[in-house]
Design a protein around this ligand. Structure first.
Ligand SMILES: [Zn+2]
Length: 248
C-alpha cells in the first residue's frame, strides 16, 4: 500500500513538473496575467489583441499582446520568469539566475523589435507610431541596463497611459489590416509552435558546436581574453558589433 502511495505521489510530482510547471505553461500564465491587466483599459480608446499569430511572407510570428489606440500601437512581449534577470539592451541573450541555476534566453527587446517590424510592414506605419514594451511578472527581479521600456506587469497600465497625444485616427482600418493576417486555426497554431521549438533547437545546436570549436556562440568569430574593470573575462573579437562575453 505504501509503495502504491509513494508511486502516486511521484506521479503527481512529475505531472506538476512537466505539465503544470512546463516552460510553456508558465509562459501562458504570464500572458494571462498581462491579459487581465490590459482588460482594464477602456475599450472605447484601446483595442487589445492577445496571443496573436500573424502570417507574413510564408511564415508566422506570435505576438503576446498588441494594444491599438489613438496614442500609438503598444507591442508587448511578456516574460514570466522568476529569479534575477540580467541583461543589456544590445546583448543577444539575457540570463535568468536562481542561486546557481543559470538559463539564457533571447533578448526580449530584440525579439519585440522583430514584432514591431512585422506590424510596420503590415500597417505601413513608421516606428514613431509604435511603443515596444517588455513586461516581466513580479516573479522576476530585474537587473537590466536598457533605454527601452522593460517593466514589471504592475507598471504596465501607467506606462501605457503616459502616452496621451493623439497620433492615430483610423483605428478600425488598422484593426482590420491586422485581423486579415491573424491565424486562428488551431492546427496552424500548433504547427507554428513546433516550428519555433525546432528553430530554437537548431540555434542551440549551432551555438554549442561553435563553443566546442572555441568560437563565439553568437557570431562564430574568435574569442579573446579581455582585462576589464571587474577582472579578466572572455569576449568576442567582434566587439562592439558582437557583445558576447562570459566570466573566466
Ligand atoms: Zn561574437
Amino acid at each position: 500500500m505504501e509503495i502504491l502511495l509513494a508511486i502516486f505521489i511521484l506521479f503527481i510530482r512529475l505531472l506538476y513538473k512537466f505539465v503544470w510547471n512546463s516552460p510553456d505553461r508558465i509562459g501562458r500564465r504570464g500572458e494571462k496575467e498581462v491579459e487581465r491587466i490590459l482588460s482594464k483599459l477602456p475599450d472605447s480608446h484601446y483595442k487589445v489583441l492577445n496571443d496573436v499569430l500573424i502570417k507574413i511572407d510564408g511564415t508566422s510570428v506570435q505576438i503576446d499582446h498588441i494594444v491599438i489606440s489613438t496614442y500609438g500601437i503598444f507591442v508587448i512581449e511578456t516574460k514570466n520568469y522568476s529569479g534575477w534577470i540580467i541583461g543589456k539592451e544590445m546583448s543577444r541573450e539575457w540570463t535568468q539566475c536562481i542561486y546557481d541555476f543559470r538559463h539564457t534566453f533571447y533578448n526580449p527587446i530584440k525579439q519585440n523589435h522583430g514584432h514591431v517590424s512585422v506590424l510596420r510592414s503590415i500597417l505601413g506605419l513608421s516606428t514613431d507610431f509604435f511603443v515596444p514594451i517588455v513586461v516581466f511578472t513580479d516573479r522576476a527581479e530585474l537587473k537590466i541596463t536598457s533605454q527601452s521600456t522593460v517593466i514589471y506587469a504592475n507598471e504596465l497600465l501607467e506606462t501605457i497611459k503616459r502616452y496621451n497625444t493623439q497620433i492615430l485616427f483610423d483605428l478600425e482600418t488598422l484593426l482590420n489590416k491586422i485581423n486579415s493576417r491573424i491565424i486562428s486555426d488551431e492546427n496552424a497554431r500548433l504547427l507554428h509552435k513546433i516550428s519555433v521549438q525546432n528553430k530554437v533547437q537548431r540555434q542551440e545546436n549551432l551555438r554549442n558546436s561553435r563553443l566546442d570549436e572555441g568560437k563565439c556562440p553568437d557570431c562564430g568569430n574568435d574569442l579573446m581574453v579581455y582585462h576589464g574593470k571587474y577582472g579578466v573575462f572572455i569576449g568576442c573579437c567582434g566587439y562592439p558589433y558582437c557583445q558576447y562575453s562570459r566570466n573566466l
